[in-house]
Design a protein around this ligand. Structure first.
Ligand code: 3PG
Length: 208
């Protein structure tokens, strides 16, 4: 599956920061059960790599990827752990080259029109718009529609259930990303039914 096909699976990609490996599988199962099969495990905790591997092995219904992928070494680690895609907050030429060479479906981050143009030249058609809320939100995406025709975005950063519909209504938005579907306190408490309910509400969101 390429990154566009993965983004088409659900309106929301949960951005997950996992502190305990033991939480990974029940968390993934709750999100998938709620209707969100595409999961991003951020590479920001010591548990992240093992958590990703556990989901890849034990939750085959999930399409699990690695987030906060910053360099080539992390691309290799993510793929070895079973990541089906990767996400980065921004991008560098070395990272773009590494994901292309490795054949990892990838969602590189951009915040400006020039960054989007560089990635377009490198062959990326779907970009993470990050940090979406702080960088101009729906106004930026609307303004970018005509000049960046053909590019689509996954706005992430400060997006919640209240603001997601306005993003998803835009023709150049493929899906949104966000951590709101898996609040850290709910994960810490093992409150999987709350997470399943949050996922179900997010899975109902309509796209343009
Ligand atoms: C991130 O990389 O932290 C994501 O952008 C999630 O942002 P959020 O916590 O504001 O949803």
């Amino acid at each position: 599956m390429d990154i566009s096909a993965i983004a088409a699976l659900a309106p929301v990609i949960p951005v997950l920061t996992v502190d305990r490996v033991a939480d990974a599988v029940p968390l993934a199962r709750a999100l998938v059960k709620g209707g969100l099969p595409v999961l991003e495990i951020t590479f920001r905790t010591a548990a992240a790599l093992e958590a990703l591997g556990a989901i890849a092995c034990e939750v085959p219904e999930a399409v699990v990827g690695a987030g906060t992928v910053l360099d080539e070494a992390q691309v290799r680690q993510a793929m070895a752990a079973g990541a089906r895609f990767g996400v980065s907050p921004g991008c560098t030429p070395a990272l773009a080259r590494a994901v292309k060479e490795a054949g990892l479906p990838f969602l590189p981050g951009v915040q400006t029109v020039s960054e989007a143009m560089v990635l377009r030249e490198l062959g990326f058609g779907l970009l993470k718009f990050f940090p979406a809320d702080a960088a101009g939100g729906t106004a930026w995406l609307k303004a970018a529609t005509a000049p960046l025709a053909g590019l689509r975005f996954c706005p992430t950063g400060g997006v919640g259930l209240g603001t997601a519909p306005a993003y998803l209504a835009l023709p150049n938005v493929a899906c949104v990303g966000g951590s709101w579907v898996a609040p850290r306190e709910a994960v810490a408490a093992g409150d999987w039914s709350r997470i399943e309910r949050l996922a179900a509400a997010a899975a109902e969101l309509k796209r343009a």
